[in-house]
Write a protein that binds this ligand. Sequence first.
Ligand SMILES: Nc1ncnc2c1ncn2[C@@H]1O[C@H](COP(=O)(O)OP(=O)(O)OP(=O)(O)O)[C@@H](O)[C@H]1O
Ligand SMILES: [Mg+2]
Length: 214
Amino acid sequence: MNKGVMIVFDGSNGAGKTTVIKEIEKHLLSKGFDVVLTREPGGTAIGEKIRNVILDPSTPEMSFMTELMLFGAGRAQHLQEKILPALKAGKIVISDRFDAATFSFQHYARGIDLEIITTINDLALNGFSPDLNVILDLDPKEGLKRVQSRGEGLDRLEDQKLDFLLKARNGYLQQAKTQPNKFSVIDASQSKEQVLTQVISIIDDLLTTHLIDS
Ligand SMILES: Nc1ncnc2c1ncn2[C@@H]1O[C@H](COP(=O)(O)OP(=O)(O)OP(=O)(O)O)[C@@H](O)[C@H]1O
Ligand SMILES: [Mg+2]
């Protein structure tokens, strides 16, 4: 393979991203692929520091624009330091959230102008986009129940009103509608096994196409 592939798992809080990513990593390793797992916010040492600032529940006063630019700063570092080198080396990069989350949360839920989001994102990504976004779609109420059942406290972005989370969910669905070649939506209310079977089928298809093309 000349060039790697980047797959993003995204969607509502508690939809099962981390659960699915762990299983997909096993699946891809068993097929002999070189896999790099990463996440946003985070993914690099600098990005993880930015993550702590973004998610800190003790600073609810963070302005929307500050939040947006912190996401952008972390993403710029993430791309240059980790994602591009891994793709150049032919690896499969799997990210737990990426730019689609910024459109969903900062535009659709927070209401920041699309143009502003696009500008910050373009500064960070300079035309780059992942090969596929797998959206685990779940009613945020159900997602919140799952998050609470993990028994950890809520971070600043999990501790939001239901209306906000519903708008973010709709944001993912809108993006999937307008860019069907870059998004696959999976019904995450199904059992873990059902979700995993569907995700594996989508990823195997993507990799087959990629191998044929490269
Ligand atoms: N399909 C499923 N059905 C029922 N429970 C699930 C399913 N998938 C994951 N879970 C459980 O729901 C909880 C949340 O899952 P997980 O941590 O993978 O979600 P997440 O999308 O990574 O959440 P976050 O947005 O907080 O990172 C976990 O306890 C997990 O075991
Ligand atoms: Mg998770």
